[in-house]
Ligand binder design. Structure first.
Ligand SMILES: [Zn+2]
Ligand SMILES: [Zn+2]
Length: 317
């Protein structure tokens, strides 16, 4: 089973995105790139080099439903005459190409984000939405943990690896312990556990970082020899990356705990201290980062948490 990595341009700060062609029946594309002319052309060119056409694709599998990964899914599917589109059921917020604004808004307000800031974030995300089309609920199938994606001469095992998003999935070729991990594993940067509503109870927020740590540990049990991430070069030394991520998470947690004044602070206050010069685009991600680490510290009993005026205030113990 031949895995062909393809790098596509994106209009986002993160740079090019990696998608993967599984060049074997049924011809499968894992992630598609954003809905831009440049990505569309680059995808065609890469397929041509591998001696395929878009119309040969029979199955589109999404690691997660961020615009840089899923944006072209609909146009590829249409051109490939109804190839199957598969994504995990927990990828609710983005699955149909839109953030669930009301639920996100409620989470941001509770995290202490001022209303005018929430409005700015909403406008920014409406801009991002143009890079993906939405799907109707009956237009895609679901990826299930531990099931296999079958190919003519092998299979990829589906692993639900939540954290970056609730429905993020990875795919393992056990024969040589190669993994395609989407944004769960990125060589140069620690993936951001993005603030998300819990897919089962949207009034709660998803325990992104705690889930992420479990996912990383699960990937480690495969002793991977090669991990293909959503951006950047593949990872050959997963053990080194695993330890580096753990240290980075511990350092960040120590930092957010240290930043808490006696009187307490919201995640927004902490994010502003951690990233004082952050631009508009990254303000949402900086709040995500603060919430994720504060929540983990709270769940480990290192800090307290109480509600004050509809906002969550964390306090040192
Ligand atoms: Zn992502
Ligand atoms: Zn990405």
């Amino acid at each position: 089973m031949r895995i062909v990595p393809i790098s596509l341009p994106t209009p986002f700060y993160i740079g090019p995105v990696n998608v993967y062609l599984i060049a074997e029946d049924p011809i499968t594309l894992i992630d598609t790139g954003p809905k831009t002319r440049e990505a569309n052309e680059a995808l065609r060119e890469a397929l041509r080099k591998a001696r395929f056409r878009v119309s040969d694709i029979r199955r589109i599998v999404l690691t997660h439903a961020h615009e840089d990964h899923c944006g072209l899914a609909r146009s590829v599917r249409d051109e490939a005459k109804d190839a199957d589109v598969l994504v995990h059921a927990w990828e609710t917020g983005h699955r149909v190409g839109r953030l669930e604004y009301e639920e996100h808004r409620a989470l941001l307000v509770r995290a202490g984000v001022p209303r005018e800031e929430v409005e700015r974030m909403r406008k920014m995300y409406e801009g991002v939405r143009q890079y993906a089309d939405s799907f109707e609920a009956d237009e895609y199938g679901e990826l299930h943990d531990e099931e296999e994606l079958e190919f003519a001469t092998g299979s990829l095992r589906i692993l639900h690896t939540p954290g970056h998003t609730p429905g993020s999935c990875s795919f393992v070729r056990e024969a040589d312990r190669t993994i395609i991990a989407g944004d769960c594993v990125l060589k140069r940067i620690t993936p951001n556990p993005v603030l998300s509503p819990d897919p089962i109870d949207p009034n709660k927020r998803f325990a992104s970082l705690a889930e992420y740590l479990v996912s990383l540990a699960r990937l480690r049990t495969f002793a991977p020899t090669l991990v293909h991430g959503g951006h950047g070069d593949p990872v050959e030394d997963f053990e080194e990356l695993f330890n580096r991520y753990f240290r980075a998470i511990q350092d960040r947690q120590a930092q957010v705990v240290r930043l808490l004044p006696k009187a307490g602070a919201t995640a927004w206050d902490v994010a502003r201290q951690m990233f004082p010069d952050v631009d508009d685009v990254h303000r949402f991600l900086s709040v995500s980062e603060a919430v994720a680490h504060l929540d983990l510290a709270h769940s480990e009993g290192k800090i307290g948490l109480e509600m004050a005026d509809g906002r969550e205030v964390y306090r040192p113990q």
